[in-house]
Design a protein around this ligand. Structure first.
Ligand code: TNX
Length: 499
């Protein structure tokens, strides 16, 4: 019986009177309380007691990095130690994974909760482990976004990028520009009713994410992908005429009027309001797929927007096209185009030329101190179909089943980018074809677990053969959480007997 048994009599102890530590302890007690008769007590204790779970945030633990943790389970006690609240939260998420899936279910019948004896020391490879929700093409209400934040926390992911504006809809209230949401937020792809977040709702999402150690990265996509804004304010158009709202899925046709000073006053308001509501240090300006501006107009625009973002205290993030502009130290380029084929792949001439432009821009950006987030569409776009029979999703970047998302190494594809410049990985979920929460979940699961492990684990600790069996075991937890997911072939999915 090499395990520690958790019961309602197992106190959860927190060291050092830390309010964040206490909050994490209360979270753990509530989780355990799902399965035992009464929720375990939370109490302060600097040293761990016999029979207790002891949580300790000790900034002096210099052996542990900012997101690292150490778990020690013996037959008589459990301890989780970290240098930061984030690390402690991740340690507690790992305890969660060691408990049976039924622990997630609030109506679970009492059953033994056992933790195997052993020691775990763990830390992430990359600081940015992200997911993006496109709430513009199809809107997701606040509660659905919160549910995704919980999904991220389960896999120790820490960035939720919200694509808040596009041609089809403007999704965040800007008090000085009310028409953006009143008109520009009214609809979505297919012409169904859209929606938007009030500033209070957005602030609520930021706070909810903070409580789960997830940083929200807001994106206002400019200068292209702006039909919803252009339809809401005629004066933002070069010809002063507002276009109709757009409910199709074409891209590349819209642009703000970069020669017009009003455009920059508009962006100043938007960036100021959203930055003020955002606790994290990032502001994503999009910058992708602009087909109506010259290269000089485009780069001048990006540089000016970068100045505004900097003025409001944020670091600019943008899709990889921004690499051709002069970027500041700390700005981040999000690589998305599948221009960096793996070894041996054949490349068309057009693609090779585009890749060359990107490589040159990126080399300059890295020299200036910019970072890179990797979102190669042919691996990490979770709106790509799993296989030809998948009803949801697109396939322009190829088919991406869970093995394709998992079974590659950053250094093999992006070896020309120094690892120290790679901030991390992110999986976007574009929503042209996804209407409701369960559609987004079906595209996210199981691939989200592959993305999390790419971001967390060192290459020498990853292998498809090992991952697939650990992945298969997640099915019961997803069932209990009510998550709709794809049972990708080649994975030994558990069958509910081990819940
Ligand atoms: C490309 S990725 C886009 C999006 C689409 C997506 C669909 C990027 C920066 N732009 O506008 O939604 O493909 O997969």
């Amino acid at each position: 019986m090499d395990h520690f048994e958790l019961t309602e009599d197992t106190p959860i102890e927190v060291a050092g009177g830390s309010p964040e530590g206490r909050r994490i302890a209360v979270w753990l007690a509530a989780l355990i309380g799902n399965t035992v008769e009464t929720t375990p007590a939370v109490r302060e204790a600097d040293e761990g007691s016999e029979g207790a779970v002891h949580l300790d945030i000790d900034p002096a633990s210099t052996d542990l990095g900012a997101e690292a943790y150490e778990i020690d389970v013996s037959r008589s006690a459990v301890s989780v130690r970290a240098a930061t609240a984030t690390g402690l939260f991740y340690g507690v998420q790992t305890l969660r994974h060691l408990l049976p899936p039924s622990v997630e279910y609030t109506a679970a019948y009492p059953r033994p909760l056992r933790l195997p004896v052993g020691t775990i020391r763990d830390a992430p490879r990359f600081p940015w482990r992200g997911l993006m929700l496109d709430v513009s093409r199809h809107f997701l209400p606040v509660d659905d976004v919160k549910r995704f934040i919980d999904h991220l926390a389960l896999y120790k992911m820490n960035r939720l990028h919200l694509h808040l504006s596009d041609d089809q809809g403007w999704r965040i209230e800007i008090p000085e520009w009310p028409n953006l949401t009143e008109h520009g937020g009214r609809t979505e792809v297919g012409g169904h009713p859209g929606g938007y977040y009030t500033t209070a709702e957005y602030a609520e999402l930021v706070a909810y994410a903070d409580s789960r150690f997830v940083t929200i990265v807001p994106e206002i996509d400019v200068p292209g992908h702006t039909n919803a804004a252009l339809a809401s304010y005629p004066e933002l158009n070069c010809d002063g005429v507002a276009p109709d709202l757009f409910t199709g899925t074409a891209v590349g046709f819209s642009s703000l009027c970069t020669a017009n000073e009003l455009t920059y006053r508009f962006l100043d308001d938007v960036i100021r309001v959203i930055s003020g509501l955002t606790s994290g240090p990032y502001f994503h300006v999009g910058g992708d797929e602009v087909e109506t501006l010259s290269e000089a107009e485009y780069t001048a625009f990006v540089e000016r927007v970068q100045d505004i973002v900097t003025r409001y205290g944020k670091r600019m993030v943008g899709w990889d096209e921004i690499a051709t502009a002069d970027l500041r130290s700390g700005s981040i380029v999000q690589l998305w185009r599948p221009l960096w084929p793996g070894p041996g792949a054949e490349v068309s001439e057009g693609r090779a030329a585009a890749a060359e432009v990107l490589r040159e821009g990126l080399a300059r950006a890295l020299e200036a101190g910019a970072g890179v987030v990797l979102s190669p569409a042919d691996r990490l776009y979770l709106d790509m179909k799993y296989d030809t029979a998948t009803v949801l999703g697109l396939s322009w970047a190829g088919l991406v089943d869970v093995r394709t998302a998992y079974d590659w190494e950053v250094a093999d594809v992006f070896g020309s980018i120094p690892e120290s410049s790679i901030v991390g990985v992110e999986a976007p979920i574009w929503s042209e074809t996804l209407g409701v929460l369960s559609d987004f979940e079906y595209m996210a699961f199981p691939r989200i677990a592959a993305v999390a492990e790419l971001g967390w684990s060192a290459p020498e600790r990853r292998s498809w053969g090992d991952f697939r069996s650990r992945l298969g075991a997640q099915a019961d937890r997803w069932d209990v959480l009510g998550i709709r997911f794809r049972r990708s072939p080649g994975v030994p999915w558990s069958n509910g007997l081990h819940r």
